[in-house]
Design a protein around this ligand. Structure first.
Ligand SMILES: [Zn+2]
Ligand SMILES: [Zn+2]
Length: 756
């Protein structure tokens, strides 16, 4: 040891995603390399390292921690405190202690290359092992019951390690040192194939070839994944896919497809560079990719030219593909609008009439988590659903809150959020809360997160909507409640992701949300900061004919827009194809309801204007799936056409009447491409006009409407041309899945001003 360096004793606390990612063995190896003595332990608050040695070497050691942590780790904060010397001899890894729980939980990760190589190596003891994993891969969040993360806190606690696994688990230099789901053929969960009456058909590795055989014959199998079951069938077999749709009562909504690898995917689809990169990340999301010339079953994604694609991510998937040569449908096993199913018994109860066979193993899924869905817009990720791989998602921000805050999100695409100290945490996608099952799942998720973070909320944040189940739940908890307007929360979610605190101009375009005046909003233009907002513009309200029903039937929305401009007899004389979808007496009936305001609430939603446009273009009149209108209009868009329609803005109210007149003209001539293109161009023109008055402000684009790839691309391009700085969410959902994050962002600022 050099003479000029004095001896030092320090405690280093590392916070972030540092548990269950091989962090302590990494610390152990680094301490050994720099001849430092001391110990390392997992605490509820992060990883705690106590080291002694020369000051130089401690400094070098800290640089390694900071600059070269394990691939799955994310370091948010390192704190170093000088200590009295403890005269350590050697370096050791201590058992976990149970202190405060503020550490971040690692999301689930796809099987790594090293594990796959072992699985395919006939000389390895885990050859063909369907649950192979290590500290760099495998399940995390989905098997954790509580923190700190060790095997007694996961669903692996019922399995006793064999001596060989135990040896690896105890050896700090082994890749499986403290890999909590460690197991092998001898000591791990057992794979089983059953028919839908729960009769055992095969066990162990025999299951895989049998399952592949059944898939080849057109059967529908439920196969256990990481965060739930998938329903799988041969994606090239039209009759199998149609049967699945029929049994699941899911007529049109696109189904996700799983490919064995990128080579297979590229024979069917045309991913760009960024999409290819996302498809093969350790998070393995579903990525929307353009269809190629070689086709799969046409009923997978009817009428649109993209497919939701993912690459195999569990060892079991890879083994299955070694026996099955082509792509597989892999859709979440659930009944429509219900949560993803976690265990075989529930599966038989709820989907007994959908599946033919079940592939299961006895490692429980503690926390259900759906596959994430993303798309690439302008070379950046846009998140449509945040689930496996990405969540729990944590953000560190600059405001530290003295209180514990729970945000309960919205009603559709629900997720929940927690704020404590300087952390904002967003749960995985929970779903639409329209069923009892979904509401139970919501409550279970709240309990799970409270347990993970030892969290009792002081404040609960919810949407202003009086009948949202989450808002009602929040008000029944006996805590202080803060309500946040829906579209304000959308803007705040974007601000939270980018850490924006200054005033921004926010375009909040989505389906529906409860407005401050009691009407339905969704085409709002706000000036926003974390504390407050002002509505400076909005679409002139029109009527939802039939209320909720209008959301399911775009033709009612097109009709409502006509009633704003034309008399009933004028409407009767129009030669628009969508009008043929009404029975002869219906027009008069709807007009009466419109006139007398019977079950015809006002709304300013741009999502609903999109629906109306799809009906004007004669592509969608009823029973679309959420977002279908936008997707279909995108397909019609012609970038060569420069057409935009006239509109007026008075006192911030955007009147689309002249646009509707023009569209009627084009509609009678069946010029649908011009309608779709002109409408999207008009929206960007309107936004440009608003932006002109606020050129010094950053711009936030938020709400589900901006899932539309063409609209978002055009807006960003046009607004950036004006010199504006434009933000839209990448890592968190731009749709209602991000509402909880926005609610948190407002609450942490508001609570801070109250308490200081
Ligand atoms: Zn691995
Ligand atoms: Zn073993």
């Amino acid at each position: 040891m050099p003479m000029d360096s004095y001896m030092q004793s320090v405690i280093i606390v590392v916070k972030g995603v540092v548990q269950g990612v091989g962090f302590r063995p990494f610390v152990y190896a680094a301490a050994k390399a720099y001849h430092l003595c001391g110990n390392v332990s997992n605490t509820g608050g992060g990883v705690c390292i106590h080291v002694e040695g020369s000051a130089d070497r401690i400094e070098q050691f800290c640089a390694v921690l900071r600059d070269n942590p394990p691939a799955l780790a994310r370091i948010d904060h390192i704190e170093i405190l000088e200590q009295e010397s403890s005269n350590f001899v050697g370096f050791e890894i201590l058992d976990s202690t149970h202190r405060d729980k503020t550490t971040s939980i690692s999301p689930d990760v796809a099987v790594c290359e090293e594990c796959l190589a072992e699985m395919n190596n006939p000389h390895n003891r885990r050859c063909g092992y369907y649950l192979i994993n290590c500290t760099q891969c495998g399940p995390r969040y989905s098997i954790i019951e509580t923190l700190p993360y060790d095997s007694s806190a996961t669903s692996m606690k019922i399995f006793k390690m064999c001596p060989a696994c135990q040896g690896e688990y105890d050896n700090p230099m082994n890749r499986r040192y403290h890999a909590q789901p460690i197991s092998c053929h001898a000591c791990g969960p057992i794979l089983a194939l059953m028919d839908k009456e729960a009769n055992l058909i095969a066990q162990g590795n025999e299951v895989i070839s049998k399952a592949a055989e059944l898939l080849k014959n057109g059967s529908i199998l439920a196969i256990k994944g990481i965060g739930g079951f998938h329903l799988m069938c041969d994606a090239s077999n039209e009759s199998a896919v149609t049967t699945l749709r029929m049994r699941k009562k899911r007529p049109k909504k696109p189904l996700a497809v799983m490919f064995s690898d990128m080579d297979q995917l590229c024979t069917y689809l045309l991913p760009n560079e960024q999409e290819s990169r996302l498809l093969t990340t350790k998070e393995r999301p579903i990525v929307l990719v353009k269809k190629g010339s070689r086709s799969l079953a046409s009923s997978i994604a009817p009428d649109i030219d993209t497919i939701g694609a993912m690459i195999a991510y569990t060892p079991l998937h890879h083994l299955l593909f070694s026996h099955f040569p082509s792509p597989l449908i892999a859709t979440s096993a659930n009944r429509s609008n219900e949560p993803i199913i976690r265990n075989a018994q529930e599966l038989r109860e709820r989907l007994g009439n959908v599946v033919d066979f079940v592939v299961d193993f006895d490692r429980d899924i503690v926390n259900a988590v759906d596959d994430s869905i993303v798309q690439v817009i302008q070379n950046r990720r846009a998140t449509l659903r945040m689930g496996r791989g990405y969540s729990p998602f944590s953000l560190v921000h600059t405001v530290s809150t003295p209180l514990k805050i729970l945000a309960v999100g919205g009603q559709q695409k629900n997720s929940i959020g927690l704020a404590f100290e300087d952390k904002l945490i967003l749960s995985p996608h929970i779903g639409d809360l329209d069923t009892i099952e979904a509401m139970e799942y919501f409550q279970r998720s709240v309990e799970t997160f409270k347990r993970f973070y030892d969290f009792q909320p002081d404040v609960i944040v919810c949407d202003k909507h009086p009948t949202y189940a989450t808002a009602q739940w929040a008000k029944n908890q006996g805590k202080r409640v803060i309500e946040v307007q829906h579209h304000y929360a959308h803007a705040l979610a974007c601000m939270a992701e980018f850490g924006l605190k200054e005033k921004v101009l926010a375009f909040c375009f989505d389906g529906t949300g409860y407005g401050d005046d009691g009407t339905i909003w969704g085409g709002e233009i706000f000036i926003v900061d974390p504390y407050d907002y002002h509505r400076i513009g909005h679409i002139k309200p029109f009527r939802l004919l039939g209320g909720e029903k209008a959301i399911k039937e775009p033709k009612r929305l097109a009709l409502a827009l006509l009633f704003e401009v034309y008399t009933l007899s004028e409407v009767g004389g129009l030669k628009l194809p969508f009008l043929d979808h009404f029975k002869s007496d219906e027009l008069a009936l709807y007009h009466k309801a419109w006139e007398k305001e019977i079950n015809a609430p006002l709304c300013s939603s741009i999502g609903r204007v999109f629906d109306a446009m799809a009906s004007f273009c004669d592509i969608l009149h009823e029973n679309g799936y959420e977002g279908e209108a936008g997707r279909r209009l995108e397909e019609l868009y012609d970038p060569v056409l420069d057409e935009a329609f006239a509109y007026t803005i008075e006192n911030g109210v955007i009147d689309l009447s002249t646009m509707v007149q023009r569209i009627v003209c084009l509609g009678q001539k069946k010029e649908y491409i011009r309608i779709a293109t002109g409408f999207i161009n008009t929206l960007t023109a309107i936004m440009g006009e608003f932006a002109e008055s606020y050129l010094d402000m950053p711009i936030v684009l938020c709400g589900g409407v901006f899932q539309n790839k063409i609209l978002l691309t055009l807006c960003v391009t046009r607004l950036e041309e004006k010199g504006c700085k434009v933000y839209s969410q990448e890592q968190t959902p731009i749709n209602d899945g991000g509402i909880a994050l926005g609610q948190l962002y407002h609450a942490v600022h508001r609570v801070k001003t109250y308490s200081s």
